[in-house]
Design a protein around this ligand. Sequence first.
Ligand code: NAX
Length: 331
Amino acid sequence: MVTPIRVAITGAAGQIGYALLPRIANGDMFGPDQPVVLQMLELPIDAAQDALRGVAMELDDCAFPLLHDMVLTSDPNVAFKDANWCLLVGSKPRGPGMERGDLLRENGPIFEAQGKAVNDHAASDVRVAVVGNPCNTNALIAMNWAKDVPNERFSAMTRLDQNRAQAQLAAKAGVHSTAVKNALIWGNHSATQVPDFVNCTIDGRSAADVIGDEAWLTGEFFQTVQQRGAAIIKARGKSSAASAASALIDHVRDLTTPTPNGRWNSVCVPSDGSYDVPEGLISSFPVRADGKGGYEIVQGLELTPFLKEKLAASAAELAHERDEVKALLPS
Ligand code: NAX
Protein backbone atom coordinates (compact mmCIF):
# COMPACT_ATOMS: atom_id res chain seq x y z
CA MET A 1 0.00 0.00 0.00
CA VAL A 2 1.08 3.59 -0.62
CA THR A 3 2.35 5.14 2.63
CA PRO A 4 -0.31 7.52 3.95
CA ILE A 5 0.45 11.25 4.09
CA ARG A 6 0.05 12.61 7.60
CA VAL A 7 -1.86 15.88 7.53
CA ALA A 8 -2.15 17.96 10.70
CA ILE A 9 -5.03 20.42 10.78
CA THR A 10 -5.41 22.98 13.56
CA GLY A 11 -8.80 24.43 14.39
CA ALA A 12 -10.18 21.22 12.92
CA ALA A 13 -13.65 21.59 14.46
CA GLY A 14 -14.09 25.14 13.16
CA GLN A 15 -16.03 26.22 10.09
CA ILE A 16 -13.19 25.82 7.63
CA GLY A 17 -12.13 22.54 9.24
CA TYR A 18 -15.63 21.17 8.78
CA ALA A 19 -15.58 22.00 5.06
CA LEU A 20 -11.94 20.95 4.59
CA LEU A 21 -11.59 17.58 6.29
CA PRO A 22 -14.02 15.61 4.08
CA ARG A 23 -12.33 17.01 1.00
CA ILE A 24 -8.86 15.94 2.15
CA ALA A 25 -10.21 12.52 3.13
CA ASN A 26 -11.85 12.26 -0.30
CA GLY A 27 -8.50 12.71 -2.07
CA ASP A 28 -9.08 16.23 -3.34
CA MET A 29 -5.83 17.57 -1.84
CA PHE A 30 -3.34 14.78 -2.47
CA GLY A 31 -4.97 12.81 -5.26
CA PRO A 32 -7.23 9.79 -5.65
CA ASP A 33 -4.53 7.19 -4.90
CA GLN A 34 -2.98 8.78 -1.83
CA PRO A 35 -4.19 7.56 1.60
CA VAL A 36 -4.18 10.13 4.40
CA VAL A 37 -4.04 10.23 8.18
CA LEU A 38 -5.81 13.28 9.62
CA GLN A 39 -4.18 14.61 12.79
CA MET A 40 -6.66 17.11 14.18
CA LEU A 41 -5.88 19.73 16.79
CA GLU A 42 -8.45 21.67 18.79
CA LEU A 43 -8.41 23.78 21.92
CA PRO A 44 -8.25 21.91 25.24
CA ILE A 45 -11.79 22.91 26.20
CA ASP A 46 -14.76 20.57 26.37
CA ALA A 47 -16.83 22.35 23.73
CA ALA A 48 -14.00 22.22 21.17
CA GLN A 49 -13.03 18.63 21.96
CA ASP A 50 -16.69 17.52 21.84
CA ALA A 51 -17.13 19.23 18.48
CA LEU A 52 -13.95 17.56 17.23
CA ARG A 53 -15.25 14.14 18.27
CA GLY A 54 -18.45 14.88 16.36
CA VAL A 55 -16.50 15.81 13.23
CA ALA A 56 -14.48 12.57 13.53
CA MET A 57 -17.72 10.57 13.89
CA GLU A 58 -18.99 12.12 10.67
CA LEU A 59 -15.74 11.33 8.90
CA ASP A 60 -16.09 7.72 10.07
CA ASP A 61 -19.62 7.73 8.70
CA CYS A 62 -18.38 8.79 5.26
CA ALA A 63 -16.32 5.57 5.07
CA PHE A 64 -13.77 7.33 2.85
CA PRO A 65 -11.56 4.70 1.18
CA LEU A 66 -8.48 6.95 1.51
CA LEU A 67 -8.89 7.85 5.19
CA HIS A 68 -6.42 5.58 6.89
CA ASP A 69 -6.56 6.87 10.47
CA MET A 70 -7.44 9.89 12.62
CA VAL A 71 -5.75 11.49 15.61
CA LEU A 72 -7.78 13.83 17.84
CA THR A 73 -5.81 15.95 20.27
CA SER A 74 -5.38 19.24 22.07
CA ASP A 75 -1.58 18.92 22.11
CA PRO A 76 0.33 20.42 19.13
CA ASN A 77 3.22 18.02 19.81
CA VAL A 78 0.86 15.10 19.17
CA ALA A 79 -0.92 16.75 16.25
CA PHE A 80 2.30 17.53 14.39
CA LYS A 81 4.03 14.20 15.12
CA ASP A 82 5.52 12.93 11.85
CA ALA A 83 3.21 15.26 9.92
CA ASN A 84 4.12 15.83 6.26
CA TRP A 85 1.77 18.78 5.96
CA CYS A 86 0.65 21.09 8.77
CA LEU A 87 -2.38 23.20 7.89
CA LEU A 88 -2.58 25.93 10.51
CA VAL A 89 -6.20 27.00 10.28
CA GLY A 90 -7.11 27.73 13.90
CA SER A 91 -6.28 31.09 15.40
CA LYS A 92 -7.62 33.52 17.93
CA PRO A 93 -10.39 35.59 16.32
CA ARG A 94 -10.57 39.34 16.55
CA GLY A 95 -12.71 40.31 19.54
CA PRO A 96 -14.80 43.46 19.95
CA GLY A 97 -12.67 46.59 20.13
CA MET A 98 -9.49 44.65 19.33
CA GLU A 99 -6.94 46.44 17.14
CA ARG A 100 -4.96 44.54 14.50
CA GLY A 101 -1.84 44.95 16.68
CA ASP A 102 -3.64 43.27 19.62
CA LEU A 103 -4.72 40.46 17.34
CA LEU A 104 -1.15 39.96 16.15
CA ARG A 105 0.19 39.87 19.69
CA GLU A 106 -2.59 37.52 20.91
CA ASN A 107 -1.83 35.08 18.11
CA GLY A 108 1.93 35.30 18.50
CA PRO A 109 2.28 32.78 21.33
CA ILE A 110 0.02 30.28 19.52
CA PHE A 111 2.18 30.35 16.41
CA GLU A 112 5.38 30.33 18.46
CA ALA A 113 4.24 27.12 20.19
CA GLN A 114 3.09 25.61 16.92
CA GLY A 115 6.33 26.57 15.14
CA LYS A 116 8.32 24.87 17.88
CA ALA A 117 6.09 21.78 17.75
CA VAL A 118 6.52 21.58 13.96
CA ASN A 119 10.28 21.89 14.44
CA ASP A 120 10.50 19.19 17.10
CA HIS A 121 7.93 16.64 15.95
CA ALA A 122 6.98 16.92 12.28
CA ALA A 123 8.36 14.74 9.49
CA SER A 124 11.68 15.76 7.93
CA ASP A 125 9.86 16.81 4.72
CA VAL A 126 7.18 18.85 6.53
CA ARG A 127 5.49 21.75 4.77
CA VAL A 128 3.33 24.28 6.54
CA ALA A 129 0.42 26.34 5.18
CA VAL A 130 -1.06 29.06 7.39
CA VAL A 131 -4.69 30.14 6.98
CA GLY A 132 -5.47 31.48 10.47
CA ASN A 133 -5.38 35.25 10.40
CA PRO A 134 -3.38 37.43 10.30
CA CYS A 135 -1.94 34.59 8.24
CA ASN A 136 1.20 36.21 6.80
CA THR A 137 2.57 37.31 10.14
CA ASN A 138 1.40 34.16 11.92
CA ALA A 139 3.39 32.22 9.32
CA LEU A 140 6.38 34.51 9.91
CA ILE A 141 6.26 33.76 13.64
CA ALA A 142 5.91 29.98 13.17
CA MET A 143 8.71 29.98 10.57
CA ASN A 144 11.07 31.85 12.87
CA TRP A 145 10.48 29.41 15.72
CA ALA A 146 10.92 26.32 13.55
CA LYS A 147 14.63 26.92 13.32
CA ASP A 148 15.57 23.55 11.77
CA VAL A 149 12.91 23.65 9.06
CA PRO A 150 13.92 25.51 5.86
CA ASN A 151 12.02 28.79 5.50
CA GLU A 152 10.71 27.92 2.06
CA ARG A 153 8.59 25.15 3.59
CA PHE A 154 6.32 27.86 5.10
CA SER A 155 3.51 29.54 3.22
CA ALA A 156 0.32 31.46 3.88
CA MET A 157 -2.85 31.57 1.83
CA THR A 158 -4.02 34.15 -0.71
CA ARG A 159 -5.49 31.53 -3.05
CA LEU A 160 -9.01 32.47 -1.95
CA ASP A 161 -8.31 36.09 -2.93
CA GLN A 162 -6.92 34.90 -6.28
CA ASN A 163 -10.06 32.84 -6.91
CA ARG A 164 -12.21 35.83 -5.99
CA ALA A 165 -10.29 38.06 -8.40
CA GLN A 166 -10.64 35.45 -11.15
CA ALA A 167 -14.40 35.23 -10.61
CA GLN A 168 -14.85 39.01 -10.62
CA LEU A 169 -12.87 39.47 -13.84
CA ALA A 170 -14.78 36.64 -15.52
CA ALA A 171 -18.12 38.14 -14.50
CA LYS A 172 -17.16 41.58 -15.77
CA ALA A 173 -15.91 40.19 -19.09
CA GLY A 174 -18.96 37.93 -19.43
CA VAL A 175 -16.86 34.76 -19.75
CA HIS A 176 -16.54 31.56 -17.74
CA SER A 177 -13.96 31.76 -14.97
CA THR A 178 -11.73 29.24 -16.80
CA ALA A 179 -11.14 31.85 -19.54
CA VAL A 180 -9.28 33.92 -16.92
CA LYS A 181 -5.69 32.79 -16.43
CA ASN A 182 -2.95 33.92 -14.05
CA ALA A 183 -5.17 35.90 -11.70
CA LEU A 184 -2.74 37.12 -9.09
CA ILE A 185 -2.60 38.68 -5.64
CA TRP A 186 0.44 40.56 -4.35
CA GLY A 187 1.33 41.55 -0.78
CA ASN A 188 -0.53 40.92 2.45
CA HIS A 189 -3.71 38.87 2.92
CA SER A 190 -5.51 41.90 4.30
CA ALA A 191 -7.47 44.86 3.02
CA THR A 192 -4.21 46.16 1.44
CA GLN A 193 -3.85 43.09 -0.82
CA VAL A 194 -3.15 43.90 -4.44
CA PRO A 195 -5.17 42.10 -7.14
CA ASP A 196 -3.19 42.29 -10.39
CA PHE A 197 -5.07 43.02 -13.61
CA VAL A 198 -2.21 43.60 -16.04
CA ASN A 199 -0.44 40.24 -15.87
CA CYS A 200 -3.68 38.31 -15.81
CA THR A 201 -5.27 37.25 -19.11
CA ILE A 202 -8.78 36.68 -20.41
CA ASP A 203 -8.91 34.38 -23.43
CA GLY A 204 -5.17 35.00 -23.87
CA ARG A 205 -5.26 38.82 -23.83
CA SER A 206 -4.37 41.14 -20.97
CA ALA A 207 -7.38 41.43 -18.64
CA ALA A 208 -6.87 45.20 -18.56
CA ASP A 209 -7.24 45.37 -22.38
CA VAL A 210 -10.22 43.02 -22.54
CA ILE A 211 -12.11 44.90 -19.83
CA GLY A 212 -10.96 48.31 -21.07
CA ASP A 213 -12.30 50.15 -18.06
CA GLU A 214 -9.43 51.37 -15.92
CA ALA A 215 -11.71 53.13 -13.47
CA TRP A 216 -13.50 49.82 -12.75
CA LEU A 217 -10.22 47.89 -12.48
CA THR A 218 -8.59 50.33 -10.06
CA GLY A 219 -11.86 51.03 -8.21
CA GLU A 220 -14.70 48.56 -7.95
CA PHE A 221 -12.66 45.47 -8.88
CA PHE A 222 -9.98 46.28 -6.33
CA GLN A 223 -12.45 47.02 -3.56
CA THR A 224 -14.68 44.04 -4.30
CA VAL A 225 -11.76 41.63 -4.03
CA GLN A 226 -10.30 43.36 -0.97
CA GLN A 227 -13.69 43.51 0.81
CA ARG A 228 -15.15 40.20 -0.34
CA GLY A 229 -14.62 38.57 3.06
CA ALA A 230 -16.66 41.31 4.74
CA ALA A 231 -19.38 41.00 2.08
CA ILE A 232 -19.69 37.25 2.75
CA ILE A 233 -20.00 37.91 6.49
CA LYS A 234 -22.69 40.49 5.82
CA ALA A 235 -24.66 38.09 3.61
CA ARG A 236 -24.15 34.84 5.49
CA GLY A 237 -23.64 36.02 9.04
CA LYS A 238 -20.44 33.95 9.12
CA SER A 239 -17.07 34.23 7.43
CA SER A 240 -16.14 32.32 4.25
CA ALA A 241 -15.65 28.64 4.98
CA ALA A 242 -16.43 26.42 1.96
CA SER A 243 -14.55 28.76 -0.38
CA ALA A 244 -11.65 29.04 2.08
CA ALA A 245 -11.43 25.25 2.40
CA SER A 246 -11.57 24.91 -1.38
CA ALA A 247 -8.82 27.51 -1.76
CA LEU A 248 -6.62 25.62 0.70
CA ILE A 249 -7.05 22.48 -1.41
CA ASP A 250 -5.93 24.60 -4.41
CA HIS A 251 -3.03 26.10 -2.41
CA VAL A 252 -1.57 22.72 -1.47
CA ARG A 253 -2.08 21.34 -4.98
CA ASP A 254 -0.41 24.46 -6.41
CA LEU A 255 2.67 23.68 -4.31
CA THR A 256 2.73 19.92 -4.85
CA THR A 257 2.01 19.58 -8.56
CA PRO A 258 4.09 21.07 -11.41
CA THR A 259 2.71 24.44 -12.52
CA PRO A 260 1.87 24.36 -16.26
CA ASN A 261 4.14 26.40 -18.56
CA GLY A 262 3.39 30.11 -18.58
CA ARG A 263 1.22 29.92 -15.49
CA TRP A 264 1.58 30.87 -11.82
CA ASN A 265 -0.45 30.98 -8.65
CA SER A 266 -0.59 33.35 -5.70
CA VAL A 267 1.22 32.00 -2.66
CA CYS A 268 2.50 33.92 0.35
CA VAL A 269 6.13 32.85 0.70
CA PRO A 270 9.23 34.35 2.35
CA SER A 271 10.40 37.25 0.22
CA ASP A 272 13.87 37.12 -1.31
CA GLY A 273 13.62 40.84 -2.04
CA SER A 274 11.75 40.31 -5.33
CA TYR A 275 9.59 43.23 -6.48
CA ASP A 276 11.06 45.37 -3.68
CA VAL A 277 9.26 43.44 -0.94
CA PRO A 278 11.75 43.43 1.97
CA GLU A 279 13.54 40.11 2.37
CA GLY A 280 12.12 37.74 4.97
CA LEU A 281 8.57 39.08 4.99
CA ILE A 282 5.90 36.54 4.02
CA SER A 283 4.24 38.16 1.03
CA SER A 284 2.00 36.97 -1.77
CA PHE A 285 3.85 36.51 -5.05
CA PRO A 286 3.37 34.73 -8.36
CA VAL A 287 4.77 31.29 -7.65
CA ARG A 288 5.63 28.33 -9.86
CA ALA A 289 6.14 24.88 -8.35
CA ASP A 290 8.26 22.07 -9.81
CA GLY A 291 6.12 19.29 -8.36
CA LYS A 292 9.11 17.91 -6.43
CA GLY A 293 8.82 20.18 -3.40
CA GLY A 294 10.57 23.20 -4.91
CA TYR A 295 9.15 26.48 -6.14
CA GLU A 296 10.27 29.80 -7.55
CA ILE A 297 8.93 33.34 -7.43
CA VAL A 298 8.22 34.33 -11.04
CA GLN A 299 10.52 37.19 -12.05
CA GLY A 300 10.17 40.01 -14.52
CA LEU A 301 6.44 40.77 -14.37
CA GLU A 302 5.69 44.39 -15.18
CA LEU A 303 3.57 46.36 -12.75
CA THR A 304 1.86 49.66 -13.53
CA PRO A 305 2.75 52.64 -11.28
CA PHE A 306 -0.69 52.17 -9.62
CA LEU A 307 0.00 48.50 -8.80
CA LYS A 308 3.60 49.28 -7.72
CA GLU A 309 2.37 51.89 -5.28
CA LYS A 310 -0.28 49.53 -3.88
CA LEU A 311 2.27 46.72 -3.47
CA ALA A 312 4.69 49.06 -1.69
CA ALA A 313 1.90 50.00 0.75
CA SER A 314 1.00 46.35 1.37
CA ALA A 315 4.67 45.45 1.91
CA ALA A 316 4.96 48.38 4.34
CA GLU A 317 1.99 46.96 6.24
CA LEU A 318 3.73 43.57 6.43
CA ALA A 319 6.89 45.26 7.74
CA HIS A 320 4.80 47.09 10.32
CA GLU A 321 3.16 43.81 11.40
CA ARG A 322 6.61 42.25 11.79
CA ASP A 323 7.64 45.21 13.97
CA GLU A 324 4.51 44.77 16.09
CA VAL A 325 5.51 41.18 16.91
CA LYS A 326 9.27 41.73 17.10
CA ALA A 327 9.30 40.93 20.82
CA LEU A 328 7.69 37.57 20.04
CA LEU A 329 10.36 36.50 17.54
CA PRO A 330 13.49 34.62 18.64
CA SER A 331 16.40 37.00 19.23
P1 NAX B 1 -13.73 29.19 13.42
O1 NAX B 1 -13.77 30.13 14.57
O2 NAX B 1 -14.99 28.58 12.92
O3 NAX B 1 -12.77 27.99 13.79
C1 NAX B 1 -11.51 28.16 14.33
C2 NAX B 1 -11.23 26.96 15.19
O4 NAX B 1 -9.90 27.06 15.65
C3 NAX B 1 -12.15 26.89 16.42
O5 NAX B 1 -12.77 25.61 16.45
C4 NAX B 1 -11.18 27.09 17.60
O6 NAX B 1 -11.55 26.31 18.71
C5 NAX B 1 -9.86 26.61 16.98
N1 NAX B 1 -8.66 27.18 17.60
C6 NAX B 1 -8.45 28.45 18.02
N2 NAX B 1 -7.23 28.57 18.55
C7 NAX B 1 -6.64 27.35 18.41
C8 NAX B 1 -5.38 26.85 18.79
N3 NAX B 1 -4.48 27.61 19.40
N4 NAX B 1 -5.11 25.57 18.51
C9 NAX B 1 -6.03 24.77 17.93
N5 NAX B 1 -7.25 25.18 17.57
C10 NAX B 1 -7.54 26.46 17.81
O7 NAX B 1 -12.94 29.93 12.27
P2 NAX B 1 -12.86 29.55 10.72
O8 NAX B 1 -13.99 30.18 10.02
O9 NAX B 1 -12.66 28.08 10.58
O10 NAX B 1 -11.56 30.35 10.30
C11 NAX B 1 -10.28 29.97 10.75
C12 NAX B 1 -9.25 31.04 10.43
O11 NAX B 1 -9.15 31.22 9.04
C13 NAX B 1 -9.58 32.42 11.01
O12 NAX B 1 -8.41 32.96 11.57
C14 NAX B 1 -9.98 33.20 9.79
O13 NAX B 1 -9.76 34.58 9.96
C15 NAX B 1 -9.07 32.60 8.76
N6 NAX B 1 -9.40 32.82 7.36
C16 NAX B 1 -8.39 32.99 6.50
C17 NAX B 1 -8.58 33.12 5.15
C18 NAX B 1 -7.44 33.28 4.21
O14 NAX B 1 -7.71 33.48 3.03
N7 NAX B 1 -6.19 33.23 4.62
C19 NAX B 1 -9.95 33.16 4.58
C20 NAX B 1 -10.97 32.54 5.46
C21 NAX B 1 -10.79 32.79 6.92
O15 NAX B 1 -11.36 34.05 7.22
